[in-house]
Design a binder for this molecule. Structure first.
Ligand code: GTP
Ligand code: MG
Length: 253
C-alpha cells in the first residue's frame, strides 16, 4: 500500500464533541503518548500518523475540531461529509457533554444520513471521583447510535486511547486496501475483440480479465471457462441480436 495523502478536503478520522471534553488531549495521547494540560482550543488541527511498516504503510489523517468554530457552520458540515470515520467524545465528568453528544449526533445525521463508522469515547476516565456519567450510560448511547465501538479513555494515563484509535485505523486501512484492490483490478481489465459465435448474446456484457484474454489469445472465439461472464448473465441477456454483429466489448470487473 502506498502513502496516499489526499487530505485537502478529506480525512480519515474526524474528532467531534462538546467544549473541553478532551478531544485534543486524546489526539495528543494517541500520537505522542503525552499529556499536555492546556492545549490551545482555538486550533482546528489536521494531524497525521504513519501506520503500518516500510513496505506497507499509510498516512492516517485526523482532524481535531475546535469548539471555537461554530459547530453547525457549513465548513463543519463539509468536514462531516468528507470524513471516513467519526470519533464522538464526551467527558465522563460532565453529564451535559453526553447530552450534547445526542444533539451533535442528530445534526451529523441530518448532514449525512448514511453515517460512516463511529466510535464513542468517554474521556477523562482517570477522574473517577468526578464521574457523572456511568459506563452503562455511555455504552447505551453508543448502542443507540449503532456505534462500531465504545471506550472509556484517559489521555492523562493513556488508558484505552490506543485501542479506540486502533479500531478506527483498522477500518480506514481495510477501506484503502479494498480501494487499491479495486484499482488493480480495473487496471487489469483489457478490451477484447468482438466475438463471433453461434449464440445470440449481447457482446457488450462479456467481461474478461487480461489474464483470461491471454489464455484465450490462441483461440479468440473461445471464451474459456475462466471468463467472468456468468451463465445467468448469458441467460438473461439472450437473444436479441444477430450472431455475427461486430461490436466492441469492454471489461468491467
Ligand atoms: N484528568 C484529565 N484531564 C483531561 C483529560 N483529557 C483532557 N483533560 C483536560 O481537560 C481540559 C480540556 O482538554 P482538551 O483536550 O483541550 O479538550 P478539547 O475537547 O480539545 O477542548 P476544546 O478544543 O476547547 O473543545 C484540559 O484542561 C485538559 O488538561 C484526561 O484524560 N484526564
Ligand atoms: Mg481542542
Amino acid at each position: 500500500m502506498n502513502s496516499i495523502l489526499a487530505l485537502k478536503d478529506s480525512f480519515d478520522i474526524l474528532v467531534i464533541g462538546d467544549h473541553q471534553v478532551g478531544k485534543s488531549s486524546l489526539i495528543q495521547s494517541y500520537l505522542h503518548e503525552t499529556f499536555i494540560p492546556n492545549i490551545d482550543s482555538s486550533l482546528e488541527d489536521l494531524h497525521t500518523k504513519v501506520i503500518g511498516d516500510h513496505t506497507d504503510y499509510y498516512e492516517l489523517s485526523i482532524l481535531d475540531t475546535s469548539s471555537v468554530t461554530d459547530s453547525f457552520a457549513r465548513s463543519r458540515q463539509q468536514q462531516i461529509i468528507n470524513a471516513s470515520t467519526l470519533l464522538l467524545v464526551y467527558s465522563i465528568t460532565d453529564t451535559n457533554s453526553i447530552m450534547h453528544l445526542h444533539d451533535i449526533y442528530d445534526r451529523i445525521q441530518a448532514t449525512r444520513p448514511i453515517l460512516p463508522p463511529v466510535i464513542v469515547v468517554g474521556s477523562k476516565a482517570d477522574l473517577v471521583d468526578e464521574r457523572q456519567v456511568t459506563w452503562e450510560e455511555g455504552h447505551e448511547f453508543s448502542q443507540s447510535i449503532n456505534a462500531t465501538g465504545f471506550f472509556e479513555c484517559s489521555s492523562k494515563d493513556n488508558s484505552h486511547v490506543q485501542d479506540a484509535f486502533l479500531r478506527l485505523s483498522d477500518i480506514v486501512l481495510a477501506k484503502h486496501q479494498s480501494e487499491i484492490q479495486n484499482q488493480k483490478r480495473s487496471k487489469s481489465i483489457t478490451p477484447i475483440q468482438p466475438i463471433e459465435t453461434n449464440n445470440t448474446i449481447d457482446n457488450s456484457i462479456i467481461m474478461i480479465t487480461s489474464e483470461v484474454s491471454s489464455t484465450a489469445a490462441g483461440n479468440e472465439k473461445s471464451l474459456g471457462p475462466q471468463t467472468s461472464i456468468t451463465t445467468r448473465q448469458l441467460q438473461q441477456k439472450s437473444i436479441s441480436e444477430p450472431i455475427n454483429k461486430k461490436s466492441g466489448c469492454c471489461t468491467i470487473m
